[in-house]
Design a protein around this ligand. Structure first.
Ligand code: AHR
Length: 487
């Protein structure tokens, strides 16, 4: 048993934790949209306007704040006009990035915005800069947000939506250094300036414009982009970083069958997120004190499950992924001065998914439960916390953050990354007079996962922590995530 002392000072507020840090991502990829989120109105699976009811409920439960759509790489091939109007006459297309399957466009703009309304989350659109036109993107914004008489607003009304929707978050292109057009930063930056000019603020709607930022540690991209884009053109830049256990994309490894060494490599790779944010933030600060960072793709990327379509990126999700999720969410909280949104890839049936579906069955993954346990950080202020940490296989054993809500409740989230040793924590809390504590724990053997036959194998449970005066004492078992609310 490792003994660690901690200190939390609720009066030392650092930055506001934007709820969107707990955001998600849904792409027309594999079974994320079709069969995952959308089953169609005629499906025997319980649905509302074609959207699975169980998915809506699961997303509401974790207070999903924002959902990115329609991609990913798919976004720069997506033509929004194909996804409106009578479904039977919507044109079909080939989803060239993801399995070469036929996309029938039955899930389009109206379905996505209705879905966000049902969940109660902000929509975040990724616009097509790679293969689209300025006019096409400008028209999409007019279609969605214009309240008056105009060709696009009239078309929206003809398709059944009288009132415009609100759209805040708009990404202008996706991975334009790669699948979004293989551009050089200078070329993309000029294109970005042109495209964003015509993305107007209609009818009181105010866009928050996101430029395509770097692929992990491509600091040159950030530098060149900001040099040209400047901060009066953009509110944020994106960052994409995936955790690949070995760091080698040709040998990513199995989601469920891994050694202890591979586990520690995974955690070490995921903690690299902290360094990436710090270094990109340092570059941003040289250009602007207004531009934010949006980590709009993150999570673990393993080999696909045996027997599944390699283009569908379907993988299982274990306690290892829960530890990865907890570490990243703690990192995002810690950097909430610059990180205003993050989007796990992806919401259903793809990569480090929240939910897995098979016919009418639905499984909540260990990662899902981490979002449920961390949700009370949303809209809080990050406060000072310090843990006398200890190293294990080159990584810190404990990951932690603390935040307070407007009404003074403290949320503390902890992950013990060790596979062998429990941690006994003694935490002094200053700034409030704590009266009660409630805790939850998610723990199991590191390879454990939820399956369609055993859907509740990994699930949070109530946990106990001892409060005496301003001292909080608890054990954080090996390979566990613990969340506490102190009032
Ligand atoms: O999330 C899967 C893919 O990863 C996205 O489509 C793309 O943006 C990234 O390369």
């Amino acid at each position: 048993m490792k003994k660690l002392n901690m200190l939390v000072n609720t009066l030392d507020k650092k930055s506001h934790i934007n709820p969107e840090i707990y955001g998600h991502f849904s792409e027309h990829l594999g079974r994320c949209i079709y069969k995952g989120i959308y089953v169609g109105e005629n499906s025997p699976i319980p649905n509302t306007n074609g959207i699975r009811n169980d998915v809506i409920e699961a997303f509401k439960q974790i207070k999903m704040p924002v959902l990115r759509w329609p991609g990913g790489c798919f976004a720069d091939e997506y033509h929004w006009r194909d996804g409106i109007g009578e479904k039977s006459s919507r044109p079909k297309m080939v989803n060239t990035h993801w399995g070469g399957v036929t996309e029938d466009n039955s899930f389009g703009t109206h379905e996505f915005f209705d879905f966000c309304e049902m969940v109660g989350c902000e929509p975040y659109l990724a616009g097509n800069l790679g293969s689209g036109t300025v006019e096409e993107l400008a028209d999409w914004i007019e279609y969605i947000t214009f309240d008056g008489i105009s060709p696009m607003a009239d078309l929206r009304r003809k398709n059944g939506r009288e009132k415009p929707w609100k759209l805040k978050y708009l990404g202008i292109g996706n991975e334009n250094w790669g699948c979004g057009g293989n551009m050089r930063p200078e070329y993309y930056a000029d294109e970005y300036r042109r495209y964003q000019t015509y993305c107007r603020n209609f009818s009181g709607n105010e866009l928050f414009k996101v430029a395509c930022g770097p692929n992990s540690d491509d600091y040159n991209w950030t530098e060149k982009l900001l040099d040209i884009v400047k901060d009066w053109h953009t509110n944020a830049i994106s960052l994409h970083y995936y955790t690949v256990p070995s760091g080698d994309w040709s040998k990513k490894g199995s989601a469920t069958d891994f050694t202890d060494e591979e586990y520690y490599k995974t955690i070490s790779s995921t903690l690299y997120m902290d360094k990436l944010i710090k270094k990109h933030a340092a570059i941003i600060s040289r250009y602007s004190d207004k531009i934010k960072l949006i980590v709009d793709e993150w999570g673990c990327w393993y080999d696909v499950e045996e027997g599944t379509n390699p283009g569908f990126l379907f993988q299982q999700n274990t306690m290892r992924d829960a530890i990865v999720a907890a570490c990243n969410l703690n990192i995002f909280n810690e950097h909430s001065d610059i990180v205003c949104m993050a989007n796990l890839a992806q919401a259903v049936n793809v990569l480090q998914a929240l939910l897995l579906t098979e016919g009418e069955k639905l499984v909540k993954t260990p990662t899902y439960y981490v979002f449920d346990m961390f949700k009370t950080h949303q809209n809080n202020d990050l406060v000072y916390s310090f843990a006398g940490n200890s190293e294990i296989n080159g990584i810190p054993m404990l990951s932690q953050t603390a935040s307070v809500s407007a009404d003074g409740k403290l949320t503390l989230t902890l992950a013990n990354c060790s596979l062998d040793e429990d941690i006994e924590i003694s935490c002094r809390i200053s700034g409030i007079s704590p009266k009660s504590v409630s805790a939850r724990i998610l723990t199991n053997e590191v390879h454990s996962c939820n399956t369609f036959d055993a859907p509740e194998n990994v699930k949070p449970e109530d946990y106990s922590a001892e409060l005496s005066g301003d001292m909080l004492k608890l054990t954080v078992p090996k390979c566990s995530v613990v969340s506490l609310i102190v009032e």
